[in-house]
Design a protein around this ligand. Sequence first.
Ligand code: NAP
Ligand code: ZN
Ligand code: ZN
Length: 348
Amino acid sequence: MPQSKGFAATDPKTPLAPYSFSRREPGPTELAIDILFCGVCHSDLHMARNEWGQSIYPMVPGHEIVGRVTAAGKEVKKFKAGDIAAVGVIVDSCRHCAPCDRGEEHYCLEGATLTYAAKDRVDGSITMGGYSSNHVVDERFAHTVPANLDLAAVAPLLCAGITTYSPLRHWNVGPGKKVGIVGLGGLGHMGLKFAHSFGAQTIQFTTSLKKKDDAIKLGADEVIVSTDEAQMKKHAGTFDFILDTASAPHALEPYLSLLKQDGTLALVGLPDQPPSVSVFSLITKRASIAGSMIGGMPETQEMLDYCGKNNITADVEVIPIQQINEAFERMLKQDVKYRFVIEMSTLK
Ligand code: NAP
Ligand code: ZN
Ligand code: ZN
């Protein structure tokens, strides 16, 4: 069995540390991948520290994976050894329910298999993520990468990219729409790039005054410091759509007050505490609060191809794996520009 080296969390409190494990030989429709880069998502931190109460240890996090195919099973069609392949948040699903048939595997009725800390449908083991040297995955859950893009900067597209691209497409964000992005972190900066690229009037909300100039460079038409009530009030009732990527508990009412009639506040950030909402702020304008999770396999490929055509990637700080615990701490301090990506050769 192929051996894998990685970094794992062994409980919610201990820092991640080196960990060795084995992966299975690739089956007929599977690929073996040597991982080159893996992005560091805030979900990795929530999960490593069991903030959602569903963690399984030891846990090798990581679901923004870019690597090189080292072997492909005999039925594999999309890849051959030597190709670049990318893997995101899910590595399997039932493959026969209605959402799976529609290519919305992330909404699989039987539950999609997460890339780490989930029960593997093939061999019953616990899945191990991308903070590791290599991976084995079915080609349905692997994507091709446009050749013109920088591979380290592509990795975050596999979660931060698709998680923002999908709701912006679903709610028809484009020309003539006034759109807000809450939080300028990994997800937020991708949401900002996409909303701007789709032609919407794009406003960035941030709690970090120091990120203002960056937000403009990344495509914001305007930046609002969300703690400045006067600035918020000026925009009351003017937004068609707001995408909320904030990772920590925060009030939703200030954003609901900014929506137009029939506007939508879509939540993708996953704070460890549920929000509280006054129904009055919804009924008075028929507003919606919605949620969205990553994206299906066809849409993830569509997003990667869109990024290739429009030269869009994440703004990244590449780190050696030995700095992962420090990176987690900096992420908590909102000190990331705008995604950490681990260079996996540093494992050796
Ligand atoms: P991140 O890089 O740490 O960015 C989160 C941003 O949230 C921060 O940069 C900050 O932006 C803002 N924020 C932090 N604390 C805040 C507070 N107390 N009040 C208001 N804003 C605050 O995290 P990420 O990787 O983008 O992930 C964001 C969230 O999305 C996480 O909860 C993650 O688990 C979740 N997620 C969900 C999905 C999905 O499928 N729905 C997929 C991936 C991740 P400013 O400094 O600009 O204020
Ligand atoms: Zn993620
Ligand atoms: Zn299914």
